[in-house]
Write a protein that binds this ligand. Sequence first.
Ligand SMILES: Cc1cc2nc3c(=O)[nH]c(=O)nc-3n(C[C@H](O)[C@H](O)[C@H](O)COP(=O)(O)OP(=O)(O)OC[C@H]3O[C@@H](n4cnc5c(N)ncnc54)[C@H](O)[C@@H]3O)c2cc1C
Length: 407
Amino acid sequence: MNEVLIIGGGIAGPVTAMALARAGIDSTVYEAYDRTADGVGAYLTFAVNGLDALAVLGLDELAARHAFATPSAVFRNGAGRWLGELPLGPARADGRVGMTIRRADLYRELRDEAIRRGVRVEYGKRLVHVERTETGVLAHFEDGSRAHGDALVGADGLRSRVRTVIDPLAPAGRYTGLLNTAGYADGVQVDAKAGVANMYFGKRCFFCYFRNPNGQLWWFANPPRPAEPAPGELAALSPEAFRAELLDLFSVDDTPATEIIEATEEIVSPWGTYDYPLTPVWRRDRMVIIGDAAHATSPAAGQGASMACEDAVELARCLRDAPDPEDAFAAFERLRRDRVERIVAMGKRNGDQKAVGPVARVVRDLVLPVVFRRMARAGAGSTAWVYDYAIDWDAPIHERVSKRPIQ
Ligand SMILES: Cc1cc2nc3c(=O)[nH]c(=O)nc-3n(C[C@H](O)[C@H](O)[C@H](O)COP(=O)(O)OP(=O)(O)OC[C@H]3O[C@@H](n4cnc5c(N)ncnc54)[C@H](O)[C@@H]3O)c2cc1C
């Protein structure tokens, strides 16, 4: 294998490139946007299993550079009543716990490090089509340029083009009925431990904030929107109108939400939440999809970025050991599919708790404390399957697998 084309320079793309480099395989990352598109935007929580995957490549320190530790979450209802507290995964042997980081910072660090390690990253390259050639694949980009490689990895996110190249009948994402928005607020005094996720099941809307150790409050909210927004509908919403909508939603709660929103200079424009509970076809011939392109999960799982990193390292192991790309991609699917689909389902369940009617809300507020107590008693055991995912880089991939895509 001389050259792998990686489509998408988000999280999975650069990590795949660095993992392939460790396996002795060259690759180039093709990113649709210009480098200057790395804006501020929203943030994400990155779990210990994602850190473990990055540690295989010596990237865990780098990812933690702009992040703050996020050890646990406290849950309350809209009246401010305490419902429970849970750790957000176990601590690693080095004491590191899950962390919260701006997406743009994580992207930039990963791309810069990939370049430092000799990976080529090309910007302004939006993939439109892929052709099979006698010796590999030919990628066509919107700007008219082309690139030839032995295999192609679609790390092109939620709205993956590679997914539909592989399977023109790939199902559309599932709209989960919730919007997302986020912001950063200065100058608000709250009585909260640094890093802890303060989650509020508000009467009309879910709200969460973290206190960054630097004093800034990072928050997100999930306004319910049962009907899927029409194309352009959310973009047409003025910032003032959206701010007013949020303040109205939280006006019925006894939480710090309105104060925090009022102190936020710029609220991140809302976007609809989608997931992919089942993407039937992940691979065809010399192409495969990974990360959100294959299994986007609701942010309520807190696992999308971590799954993308696990995929990247596992895929590189498969390409290192399998006799050809088709075998490698089949082995990859065998390794990953069950786990990621289980996590997508968990994300949907978590998200569904956020928007319920008045009767279900009462039931939820009664049931959740019991659930949280049970989970706390069970300790790490109940969520171990999410967080304990050790990748043994040196172990060879021995499996004999079917080359047929799973239908
Ligand atoms: C606002 C927000 C909050 C989130 N919160 C969390 C969280 O708390 N925890 C968590 O783990 N996850 C969270 N996620 C999910 C997480 O960001 C994703 O799961 C993760 O980024 C997936 O990585 P990826 O590399 O597969 O896709 P992405 O990071 O989306 O990267 C895909 C890349 O492909 C590029 N691209 C797209 N189409 C093309 C094309 N045709 N040609 C070339 N390039 C293309 C895109 O520009 C992008 O750079 C959140 C997501 C969002 C949007």
